[in-house]
Design a protein. Structure first.
Length: 494
């Protein structure tokens, strides 16, 4: 088919009409020729991994969007896996799809250009919930070891619920309660929140029993398909759930907010069923092993007790010999007991006779007589000793009286002496110490004092009138009489 070109006609009525295919393919060739190589930057949206291996997506910005496709052969050569919300730079060519009257870009290469708007929003929400402590391991509840009721929140159709039911039936006999919800689209987050709150509000004794553990499950999909499980309200509801919660959303590489706030995260729905339930056959084998070990331990205990009893039995065979030897010793000792008691009584009797011979009234009276004689002798010696003590004290008192009289300062005045003192009361011992015209006081024996003024010539000690002062001598201290020696024969009580 040749390219179409506009014909020069005067009126539209003479123009040749195109067929739809001619126009569509002409536009396709025009786009491919004009835009055979395009480098495009935008955010990925509506990423779909088709079962035939192709990837269909949309590249958009804040004002426009263009569809794109990655053929199966190019998917393995891409640097990144296309995901919802990623911002990428792609290269390819623009082509048209004649059957749908739309154009698209056939992507040959793809490289990341940064975090897209949706992923950036998700990271901000994740950081907010983490700051509130909803991801802390300490708040996560342990799973029950043997649940009686398992609650499952998932779509009632599809392979997920069948895989969970089949896995639980093979492992553990328990009741499974399914709360059907949609797991994709705008209504998914609200229905899952309502299911979680509904399970928590069930009465344990009601017609529908309250589950011991919950499983929120969904199969794999694109980021856009799993986006309802990144809802903030759903994350807060899962964190506030009073029943242990297992998150099994997407495949092992898919991660959503509910995975962080749940008590456990399972890589697949089947793995969630395995986490929630034990294996009955394994428990039976474990119980059987415990029983075997218990019987084995009990057998060892019985054998040990039997061996100890046998050992004790061998030792008890000597009991008659031991009893016979003890009986023989007892007979010998008992035969000697009477003679020993008689001998002991005779010895005590001899000691009693020996001691009783010395016991008499005189033995008790002798100490009293001795004390009486001693008191009589002391009474005879008491009077002379007291008289001698008084004589010695009288002699000592007389000597002290004489000593007092000899040192009396008024005594020399009675023998004609006079005492000369200055006005300040000090005694004049020598006339040379007096100054001319110095007033003095003279005291005589009749206790009369006279005032006088010393003449200058006399004070200087010149002329025949000057006489040396007569010293006042105190009588010698009488010698203390030597006390008489006490009569050793008579004794001294003081």
């Amino acid at each position: 088919m040749t390219d179409l070109a506009p014909e020069s006609t005067a009126g539209s009525g003479n123009a040749r009409p195109y067929s739809v295919s001619e126009l569509a393919f002409a536009l396709k060739r025009t786009l491919e020729d004009a835009y055979g190589f395009v480098r495009l930057r935008g955010e990925l949206s509506k990423v779909t991994h088709h079962s035939n291996g192709h990837v269909y997506l949309t590249i958009k910005d804040d004002k426009a969007a263009i569809d794109g496709v990655v053929w199966k052969g190019q998917v393995r050569m891409l640097q990144v896996r296309p995901q919802q919300g990623m911002e990428v730079v792609v290269t390819g060519k623009i082509t048209a799809y004649p059957q749908g009257s739309r154009y698209q870009i056939v992507i040959e290469t793809m490289e990341p250009a940064g975090v897209g708007a949706l992923l950036a929003q998700l990271e901000r929400l994740k950081a907010k919930l983490q700051a509130e402590g909803l991801f802390e391991p300490a708040r996560k509840k342990p799973l029950p070891s043997m649940p009686a009721v398992v609650g499952v929140i998932t779509s009632p159709t599809g392979a997920v619920i069948r895989d969970i039911l089949h896995r639980i039936r093979d492992r553990w006999p328990c009741r499974v309660v399914v709360w059907p919800v949609v797991v994709q689209g705008d209504a998914a987050a609200g229905q899952v929140c309502a299911a979680i709150r509904g399970f928590c509000a069930l009465d344990p004794n009601g017609p529908i029993p309250k589950p011991d553990v919950l499983i929120v499950a969904r199969g794999g999909g694109s980021v856009e398909d799993l986006w309802p499980f990144n809802d903030e309200q759903l994350a807060r509801t899962a964190a506030a759930c009073t029943i242990p919660l297992i998150s099994a959303v997407g495949h092992e590489t898919d991660t959503t907010l509910i995975d962080f706030v749940s008590d456990r995260r399972a890589p697949t729905p089947t793995a969630a069923a395995e986490m929630a339930t034990p294996v009955l056959s394994e428990l039976k084998a474990l119980v059987s092993d415990f029983g075997t070990r218990m019987h084995r331990c009990a057998g060892r205990v019985v054998e040990d007790r039997r061996a100890r009893v046998q050992h004790a039995d061998r030792a008890l065979k000597r009991v008659p010999d031991l009893v016979e030897m003890a009986a023989q010793r007892f007979g010998i000792v008992s035969s000697r007991l009477g003679a020993g008691l008689a001998k002991n009584a005779a010895a005590h009797e001899r000691d009693l006779v020996r001691v009783s011979a010395r016991l008499s009234p005189l033995l008790l009276q002798r100490p009293q007589q001795v004390q009486k004689d001693r008191l009589d002798r002391l009474a005879v010696r008491l009077q002379p000793a007291a008289e001698r003590k008084l004589d010695r004290l009288a002699e000592r008192l007389t000597a002290l009286g004489k000593l007092h009289a000899s040192v009396d300062p008024e005594r020399p005045l009675e023998r004609g002496f006079a005492r000369v003192t200055r006005t300040d009361g000090s005694i004049v011992h020598a006339g040379a110490s007096l100054a001319s015209g110095e007033p003095v006081s003279i005291k005589f024996g009749d206790r009369v004092s006279r005032q006088a003024v010393i003449d200058g010539a006399a004070a200087e000690g010149s002329g025949p009138q000057a006489q040396p002062p007569t010293p006042v001598l105190a009588p010698a201290k009488p010698a203390r009489p030597k006390p008489k020696a006490a009569d050793p024969a008579q004794g001294d009580l003081f």
